[in-house]
Design a protein around this ligand. Structure first.
Ligand SMILES: [Fe+2]
Length: 293
């Protein structure tokens, strides 16, 4: 299995504090059957050293050395989890914070909503040759309340990653239900641990694959930790995944399948991804500079 989104680098972000904890996490991953891991340290959020890229590079070298000398047999790759902010397009273009120098880049929205202008920002990145991977949309209040937004972004060509602990229920019933909704509608492509610590969001994917198998079948669930992340590491197109479906079209049967309560009517003034959204408690504002360099 390949774990494409993790925070294993010690003393950088809200992941492990020291190399001992990082090593323990790698051992847990290896024991669970993970053969390859991509480290995706936070950038523009939750890091301790002000996004000091020089320091990050040094830490990456230290990490690789530490794991090699400690006998960890995992194949390591490097990427980043880029926090969405006003200058995100310019930052990604300038520094190429992608997975292993491919076209794929992990983007993390603030957990409290999907900002106005998000579709425009994603379109700008795609026009520059990047393929955004939306980190754990099931844990974002905006996507959870309006799953049609994720449909819109996946339809544009984005990929999305669901967190293992969301599928196993460790992050709560509601998050698990939302993750299931995205799975059955072909809106998520990758299962990753997003491991931060040995508990909470620990390393390991096998439990989540088992949970996902019950929703989409074993073959597709396994592809989310094998074939799909391998295609990303190889900078290839994703395998055929089936058409993304708008969850709102099937909400009655989907809700029945997943045991979801019926949602109340959408607030007035809610438009498409690129338009002005009003009336939402889960919408923040993102201003993207059009001609930023
Ligand atoms: Fe993360």
């Amino acid at each position: 299995m390949i774990d494409l989104h993790t925070h294993l680098l010690w003393d950088w972000d809200d992941g492990p504090d020291d190399r001992v904890q990082a090593l323990e996490m790698c051992r847990m991953a290896e024991k669970d059957g993970t053969k390859a891991i991509c480290l995706t340290p936070h950038l523009f959020r939750a890091n301790r050293y002000g996004d000091n890229l020089e320091l990050l590079r040094q830490r990456m070298v230290e990490f690789d050395e530490e794991m090699r000398t400690s006998g960890i047999g995992i194949e390591f790759h490097w990427g980043a989890e880029v926090y969405v902010h006003a200058e995100v397009v310019r930052a990604v273009e300038k520094f190429r914070f992608t997975v292993d120098q491919t076209s794929y880049v992990f983007l993390e929205f603030a957990a409290d909503g999907v900002p106005v202008g998000a579709a425009n920002m994603l379109a700008q990145l795609m026009s520059k040759g990047f393929v955004p991977i939306i980190s754990h949309p099931e844990r974002n209040k905006g996507f959870a309340a309006r799953p049609e937004l994720l449909f819109e972004f996946v339809n544009m060509g984005c990929a999305a990653q669901v967190t293992a602990a969301s599928l196993t229920g460790e992050l709560g019933k509601e998050t698990r239900t939302t993750a299931g909704l995205f799975l059955v509608n072909n809106l998520v492509h990758i299962i990753a641990s997003d491991a931060h610590r040995t508990i909470g969001r620990p390393p390991g994917l096998s439990g989540a694959v088992e949970a996902a198998s019950k929703i989409v079948g074993e073959s597709k669930a396994r592809a989310m930790v094998t074939e799909v992340p391998r295609a990303i590491l190889d900078n290839k197109a994703l395998p055929d995944w089936g058409e993304p479906e708008n969850p709102l079209r099937h909400k009655t049967w989907t809700q029945r399948l997943l045991g979801m309560p019926r949602r109340s009517t959408r607030p007035a003034g809610w438009g498409g991804g690129g338009g002005q959204r009003t009336g939402s408690g889960h919408t923040t504002v993102l201003k993207i500079k059009k001609n930023s360099t």
